[in-house]
Design a protein around this ligand. Sequence first.
Ligand SMILES: [Zn+2]
Ligand SMILES: [Zn+2]
Length: 173
Amino acid sequence: MVLDLTSLISGKVSTLDFEYELDTQSEDNPIIAPDDVSFAQSVKVRGTLTDTAGYITLEATAELDYTSRCARCLEDIFGKFVLQFNRTVAISGTLQDEDNDSFVIVKNGKLDIDRELVEDLLLEFPSRLLCKEECAGLCPKCGKNLNFGPCDCPKKKEIDPRLAIFAKLLEND
Ligand SMILES: [Zn+2]
Ligand SMILES: [Zn+2]
């Protein structure tokens, strides 16, 4: 989406609200979800551009509905990921380094943030999704989903594999 900033740059207005939907399945520029994740058709983008004493700031949020599976218990997840996207707007040609990530560049009064927004969205999207923070996962022996209650396997103290690494380190100390 290309935003027209001329009224803001000329000083006619001091803030500019915008809202649009980004198509995740557009033919020229599809947004590829990570493995095991599907993105909803559209990302809702909403934001404000503000002229603050000579420079323009951009504050936006992008909301993306997704479906996936819990990394622990493998149950389906329907979630919403919300990205905060804040940048300073710079006029093309005034920056030494236009690849600087804290800026977005306006050319001829027009601003297109989609590329940067999608980059951030994919970068910040959680790499490990859980159905809930305290998901109990599956029993490693019988495979029962322990969120629905304990299984009948004999109880032996299982060490979390991530902690086992530390236990080993301590042993070698
Ligand atoms: Zn789970
Ligand atoms: Zn079990």
